[in-house]
Design a protein around this ligand. Sequence first.
Ligand code: SUG
Length: 432
Amino acid sequence: MNATFTEKTIEEVIFVGLPGLTHNYGGLSPDNMASDKNRGSESNPRQAALQVIAMARYLLAIGLKVAILPPQLRPYLPALEKAGFTIENAPAILLEQVSSSSFMWAANAATITPACDSVDSKTHITIANLHTNPHRRIEAGETYNIFKQIFADVPDVEMHSPLEFTQGFLDEGAANHMRLSPNHYLKGLHVFVYGGRQNLQASQKIAENHHIPSSQILFLEQNPEVIKQGVFHNDVIAVSNENLLLVHACACKNGMEDIKKIEVAYNKLHPQNNLQLVVISDDDLSVEEAVGSYFFNSQIITKPNGKMAVIAPMELKTLYGEKASKLMEKIRADKNNSIDEIKYLDLRQSMQNGGGPACLRLRVLLDSEQISVLSKDTNVLADEKLLLTLEQLVEKYYPEKLRVQLMRELDLYNNNRYFLVELAKVMKISII
Ligand code: SUG
């Protein structure tokens, strides 16, 4: 271990994606059951944003560091112009694609390697190209701009542009990546999961560009059968935090054999610190129930007292006769793992598009010097004051009812611009 990475200096900053003013249900992701099912329903962008701000407030209250990723301007006119249309005459499907607020799912924004895991001792950030779906691939350029500004003067950070799709790379960011380590500052095992929207080529390129030693890397293929059942990202079927891995037995192509590989690789790196492996069998919870309740799309976080909390979607309690929440309660009660608290959050607006608590955040491990520069240059690091300001702006500008037809109204577009101009000033970041 590099001597400079000590317990005191490394902290996790949780970047939370703020839903935009045009949050809507376009049914744009056919592999994502919630998105498909809710196509055309009326959305409530204001509620979507307030629910996510409430999640940020909860994370802050636990004592974690939280940063806010601002929304992007939608409809995204460059894509409309390229196709030869305007907001007024664009075909409905195109208008839906360029109006999506999908940038809110921050887990898909980038893949991060902390400096302690890189041979060159730098924090590496690769912005995901999100190429698979047209409404998501338009995020990458602006996400890169935003990250460039946030990390401009932060020491020892290397930003990587989105991988080129033309070279065959399909990358969906941290949703298909897990870092396992006794804690945030000891070397981590990086598990890259591919299949579905993420391909092996992209995962390999990221590991190479981030200079992660080969002993700290594992590439595993997702089980094609579960992808067919709605597991469009690994974070729909597995979640990790430090040395705890909560995973469904059917997550990977080779079943338990692959899960065993994770355990072996981890134990090789940290023989003194066992992996807390919690494997959920099909009898405990079927894949269908896992996808329906979003059990695995919970966030697991470490509290200041060293114990872990699960932030779960409230759907766990309302679906399948509480089967999923009872299972989570069983895990909480089990003294063999560090989880001692479950918090249920109402993230329904995002959930209806297939985005649970884990999708809404990107974990970035930084040292105290990096954090202090980050908080000087921009105002992305959240405190109660920032959250209150965000709430006021959301109340002022966000509609409470939205359907795709309304996206043609120039008033909505202009309102979005005014909102983002105000937000940019507050966050000291240039958004449009
Ligand atoms: O890419 N939904 C997102 C949800 C992303 C969830 N992210 C993670 N699992 N990390 C997606 O499928 C739906 C948009 C719509 O249909 O309007 C959407 O894009």
